[in-house]
Design a binder for this molecule. Structure first.
Ligand SMILES: *Cc1c(COP(=O)(O)O)cnc(C)c1O
Length: 393
């Protein structure tokens, strides 16, 4: 029967005890005590290949339960957990790349990864090149030593998409692995492993946790690419606490329901914004006319709470900052994916290296939360009064 169940049902059943409690009890634990020297030796000889209880940092019932749910969500072989999304990306890059290798990184990458590359890949003699988020210059930028194609689709801040099946085939023909930052899709709206990627990483901090109360990273891989990640994660001492694992697993139970709410509210707000003279464009791949709309239609099953606004020409960055300060409901803060609405200013000069955003309007990113959307549009309307150079209605 389990094979015929729909994804939402399977997600609710993943990572649960086979009998007794509905939820796996939280196991705060460092030391696991063995029955005998034989048991100890046997476990240590098998723990690199199998998932066994041996020491708290190697996993507990709580982290194993969450890993099982992530494997169900992303459709991979096994999962690994990290203290933050950034930590997961850092370990990923170091697990699959060695001195002398080259990695192609999307220009749409989560911004802090840029500094990681500049500081640490360079120091280790690993070359990296940013490619255009639509992949149009990948052929021109590949090198004989390219070992990894790193994508983020939809990308950070303006949500550019890559034709992942096409580029995954291309990469595999060159003995090159494909990793995707899947934080936008959360494994629910977008499934990189099913589209040909080898590795899917996400900030569980965002939609998986879903309540702005935990930070965590997660990686799911195919069987073929599992081993380097498993080794590097142990070598770098990567683990998460049982309480945090519990929070993320609890978040996953309501993920489909929350995501549907974010989508409904975001589309409501997007439609409202599109009528406003202050707004040149609403950036969201689910909207007709967005440059990634056809890829989104083909590869995604829905959209989330993220929308970015490109303002009409004449509206300045200072205007946008005054608007941000005027919000009553949208909080100014990092992250997204929680139940609440957030806003941040966007500076594309820092966020992109090879994409051309010159001559475009000032930008703002919104995360549309689960509040009543009419309260959110009312807040947007009053905050827009603070745009000094408002376009005439
Ligand atoms: C937030 C985010 C990260 C980093 O996650 P943290 O848990 O904040 O370190 C990585 N990738 C993307 C796309 C993100 O939005």
């Amino acid at each position: 029967m389990a094979d015929t169940l729909k994804p939402a049902t399977r997600l609710l059943r993943a990572g649960r005890p086979h009998r007794g409690w509905v939820n796996t009890p939280v196991s705060r634990a460092s030391t696991y005590v063995f029955d005998s020297v034989q048991h100890w030796r046997d476990t240590r000889s098998r723990r690199e290949q199998e998932r066994l209880l041996s020491y708290g940092a190697r996993g507990t019932d709580s982290t194993h339960a969450l890993e099982d749910a992530l494997v169900e969500l992303e459709g991979g072989y096994r999962a690994k957990l990290y203290p933050t999304g950034q930590a997961a990306i850092a370990v990923l890059l170091l697990a699959y790349l060695k001195t002398g290798d080259h990695v192609l990184i999307t220009d749409a990458v989560y911004e802090p990864v840029r500094r990681f590359c500049a500081q640490h890949l360079t120091r280790l003699g690993i070359e990296y090149t940013f490619y255009l988020p639509d992949g149009s210059d990948i052929e021109a930028k590949v090198q004989p030593n390219t070992r990894l194609l790193y994508a983020e689709s939809p990308g950070s801040l303006v949500y550019e998409m890559l034709d992942l099946p096409k580029w995954a085939d291309w990469a595999h023909a060159r003995d090159c692995l494909v990793a995707v930052d899947n934080t936008w899709g959360a494994g629910l709206l977008y499934r990189p492993l099913a589209l040909g990627a080898d590795i899917s990483v996400q900030a569980a901090t965002k939609y998986l946790g879903g309540h702005a109360d935990v930070v965590m990273g997660a990686i799911v891989t195919t069987q073929r690419s599992w081993e380097p990640l498993e080794r590097a994660s142990v070598d770098f001492g990567q683990t998460v606490g049982a309480d945090d694992a519990f929070l993320v697993l609890r978040g996953i139970r309501s993920l489909p329901l929350r995501m549907a709410g974010h989508e409904r509210n975001a589309l409501h707000v997007a439609t409202w914004l599109q009528q406003r003279p202050e707004v040149a464009r609403v950036l969201c791949p689910a909207l007709t006319g967005d440059p990634s709309h056809s890829l989104w239609q083909r590869d995604c099953t829905g959209t989330n709470g993220l929308l970015s606004i490109e303002f009409a020409s004449g509206i300045t960055t200072a205007d946008v900052e005054a608007m941000i300060d005027a919000f009553a409901l949208f909080g100014l803060g990092a992250s997204w994916g929680g139940f609440e609405s957030l806003v941040v200013p966007i500076n594309m000069n820092n966020a992109r290296s090879v994409s051309d955003w010159s001559g475009r309007g000032a930008l703002l990113r919104l995360h549309i939360g689960l509040e009543d959307p009419s309260d959110l549009t009312a807040d947007l309307e009053q905050a827009m009064m603070h745009l000094k150079h408002r376009a005439a209605a």
